[in-house]
Design a protein around this ligand. Structure first.
Ligand SMILES: Nc1ncnc2c1ncn2[C@@H]1O[C@H](COP(=O)(O)OP(=O)(O)OP(=O)(O)O)[C@@H](O)[C@H]1O
Ligand SMILES: [Mg+2]
Length: 249
C-alpha cells in the first residue's frame, strides 16, 4: 500500500468517491491524484467518475477492456486535455486551475511520455531524438547530446545513437523512446501501451529497462497495458471499466 512496499500484489488504496481533492492529497501525500473525473466525447462517456492516486516513485498499471477509458484517464492525468468535471492534482496544484502555458511547462519539465509507437522524429538520429526535450528546455546542444548518449547507454542502445528511427528495430526504437522520456529526469512517466507493438521478449526487456530506470531516478510511472506480464512490473494494478477505476491487490 505504501510506495516502500512495492510488488504486483501490493494492497490497493482507492480514493473514496466522496474524497475532496484536498483530502486526497493531504491523506496519502500523493504526487498525482485524479478525483472523480468525468469526460465525454459527444454521446460517448469515456470517464464516469474515475479516481486514481499515484505516490512519488510508484509504478501503477492501468488495465481494462478496450474502450474502457484508460487512455482518456492517462491524457487527463498528464494535462493533455482537461476532464469535463473532477480534478487532477499534481502535488498541491490543480491542473485545471493552471494556464495552458503553465501546464505545458509542467509537461515539458516534470512529465515524460512513451507511446505504443515510439513517435520518434524520423529525420533526426536516435541521439538527436533523445536530446530534443533537453534542447526544448534550453540545454545547449553539446550538453544535450552528451546526456542523450548517456541515457541511450543506460537503455543498452548506445549503438543506435547515430542511426535514424527508420533504421532500428521495434524494440530498439521503444528503448530510444524510453530514453527520450527519461532524459529530462521527470517526476512522472506516462506510458500508453509502450510494449503494445513488440513481441513478448522485447516487451519484457523494454519493461525491465523502463522500470529499472524509473526506480533509479525515483520517477513514478503510469502505465496502460493489456498484458498481465507487463503489469507485473508495476507496484499496483488498477482496473478501468466503463470509465471508472477499480483497484485490487
Ligand atoms: N477523441 C475522441 N473522440 C471521440 N471518442 C473518443 C475519443 N477518445 C476516446 N473516445 C471514446 O472514449 C471511450 C474511451 O476511450 P479510450 O481511448 O480512453 O479507451 P481505452 O481504454 O484506452 O481503449 P484501448 O484499450 O482500445 O486503447 C471509447 O468509447 C472511445 O471510443
Ligand atoms: Mg487506449
Amino acid at each position: 500500500m505504501t510506495p516502500d512496499t512495492p510488488g504486483p500484489l501490493a494492497e490497493a488504496t482507492p480514493i473514496s468517491p466522496t474524497a475532496t481533492p484536498a483530502e486526497a492529497t493531504a491523506e496519502g501525500g500523493s504526487l498525482l491524484a485524479a478525483v472523480e473525473l468525468r469526460k465525454r466525447f459527444g454521446a460517448t462517456t469515456a470517464l464516469d467518475g474515475a479516481s486514481l492516486r499515484v505516490a512519488a516513485g510508484e509504478i501503477v498499471a492501468l488495465m481494462g477492456p478496450s474502450g474502457s477509458g484508460k487512455s482518456t484517464l492517462l491524457h487527463c492525468l498528464a494535462g493533455i486535455f482537461p476532464p469535463d468535471a473532477g480534478e487532477v492534482r499534481y502535488g498541491d496544484r490543480s491542473l485545471s486551475r493552471m494556464s495552458e502555458t503553465a501546464r505545458s511547462a509542467l509537461r515539458r519539465g516534470e512529465f515524460g511520455f512513451v507511446f505504443q509507437f515510439g513517435q520518434l522524429v524520423p529525420e533526426l538520429t536516435c541521439a538527436e531524438n533523445v536530446a530534443l526535450p533537453l534542447r526544448l528546455s534550453g540545454v545547449r546542444r553539446r550538453e544535450a547530446q552528451r546526456r542523450a548518449v548517456g541515457e541511450l547507454e543506460r537503455l543498452a542502445v548506445a549503438d543506435v545513437a547515430r542511426k535514424r528511427p527508420g533504421e532500428v528495430s521495434g524494440g530498439q526504437g521503444q528503448r530510444v523512446a524510453v530514453a527520450r522520456a527519461l532524459v529530462t529526469q521527470p517526476k512522472v512517466i506516462f506510458a500508453d501501451e509502450p510494449t503494445g507493438a513488440l513481441d513478448s521478449l522485447n516487451g519484457e526487456q523494454v519493461m525491465r529497462l523502463l522500470t529499472e530506470a524509473a526506480r533509479a531516478s525515483r520517477a513514478a510511472v503510469v502505465l496502460v497495458t493489456h498484458d498481465a506480464r507487463v503489469a507485473a512490473y508495476s507496484d499496483r494494478e488498477v482496473v478501468v471499466r466503463d470509465g471508472r477505476t477499480r483497484t485490487f491487490g
